[in-house]
Design a protein around this ligand. Structure first.
Ligand SMILES: *Cc1c(COP(=O)(O)O)cnc(C)c1O
Length: 359
């Protein structure tokens, strides 16, 4: 038996990020799209695959894809960076701007990968707590920034798993502070398309605000692993410096270009998801649960008379998988359900009815 190499001391505290991939009929735990991809996209992708020179390295700058994204966003192609999911971009942000002796400010509860990836890259995590209805208090946030002087601040709008938007006033006041101190403000907008309001802010070369987006949610391409960053050129250049050469494969680059070309079909069920979310929300109000309004494709709720984990496992027994958030700080007893297709949502509501009303 060999003596096992030890990992870095600072990694011992990490438990890893686990959303269990269990095989059940109704999967409502990871906020993916429940709908299949449009035929036109699939047909064009398969004929494009035959023409790719897979013996060659991919285009290092993914120019065609970045240009397509830039056009859609009315930006310059040099203000776009694409990677293997927005998670890889989060990692690159920490590699470039975080790391040893640096810190990031995150407002809990929020997307667990922000702090997880920070820790993996040796970045110290400073946690602020959200207040009532999960809003970030601007004065408290500015005080924390003065005290801790973080190099990076993360906001998430709509926020996962709570579903609320970050207010534009909050974003602007944090941004003004960071523009003075030389900090970076990262706005994770994975669920942007589901929201009924959008921000007036956009990429500005004279400002430290950057935007994270993904093809994993409304674009139905979670299996492809593709996300992108919209940021000033100086920031994109630093991110490129820390990314691996040829990190984005040719197949994925092509899939992204074709997805944008088929935008209308790709996003066809968006209104349906919003209507279904309203239906599930209204139905949840009739149960003995607390449910929060959401601007995303999921709802956070908390049963009043039964333990959160108990409800999670009872739903699982009935073939419905939701996300158990009950052990997260600030979310005691809470579960999160993704809006699926109408049949899945109905099955979820029926299962809830059977559990809560039959004790
Ligand atoms: C799902 C999600 C993402 C997506 O990550 P990918 O790596 O692009 O799949 C990013 N941010 C938040 C807040 C999410 O919920």
């Amino acid at each position: 038996m060999s003596k096992k190499p030890l990992v870095r001391d600072d990694l011992n505290i990490l438990k890893g990020y686990h959303s269990p991939q269990l095989d059940v009929p109704v999967k409502l735990n990871t906020n993916e799209s429940p709908f299949s991809l449009p035929d036109g996209f699939l047909e064009e992708l398969s004929s494009a695959l035959e023409k790719l020179d897979l013996n060659r390295y991919p285009k290092r700058d993914a120019n065609e894809l970045c240009l397509s994204i830039a056009e859609r966003e009315s930006l310059n192609e040099k203000q776009v960076f694409a990677a293997n999911g927005s998670n890889e971009i989060i990692q690159s942000i920490f590699l470039a701007f975080g790391g040893h002796n640096r810190s990031v400010l995150i407002f809990e509860p929020t997307y667990a990968m922000h702090s997880q990836i920070a820790k993996i890259t040796g970045t110290r995590v400073v946690s602020g707590l959200r207040e009532i209805d999960f809003q970030v208090n601007a004065d408290a946030a500015l005080r924390l920034i003065d005290k801790e002087k973080p190099e990076i601040v993360f906001l998430c709008s709509p926020n996962n798993p709570t579903g609320n938007l970050e207010s534009e006033a909050l974003i602007k006041s944090i941004l003004a502070k960071l523009n003075d101190s030389g900090g970076l403000l990262v706005l994770d907008e994975a669920y942007k398309e589901f929201a009924n309001q959008s921000l007036s802010l956009t990429v500005d070369e004279g400002s430290n605000l950057i935007f994270l987006r993904t093809f994993s949610k409304v674009w139905k391409l979670a299996g492809i692993r593709l996300g992108y960053l919209l940021a000033p050129e100086w920031c994109i250049d630093e991110i490129k410096n820390v990314s691996l050469p040829y990190h984005l494969d040719s197949i994925k680059q092509k899939a992204g270009v074709l997805a944008l070309k088929h935008e209308n079909e790709m996003l066809a069920q968006l209104e349906n998801v919003k209507e279904e979310k309203n239906r599930v929300y209204e139905n949840l109000l009739d149960f003995s649960v607390n449910v929060w309004p959401s601007e995303a494709n999921f709802l956070l709720f908390k049963p009043n008379e039964i333990d959160g984990y108990k409800l999670w496992s009872d739903l699982f027994e009935k073939g419905v998988l939701v996300r158990d958030c009950s052990s997260w700080e600030g979310l005691e007893g809470c579960l999160r359900v993704t809006i699926g297709n109408p049949e899945e949502n109905t099955r979820f509501l029926e299962a809830l009815q059977e559990i809560l009303n039959n004790g």
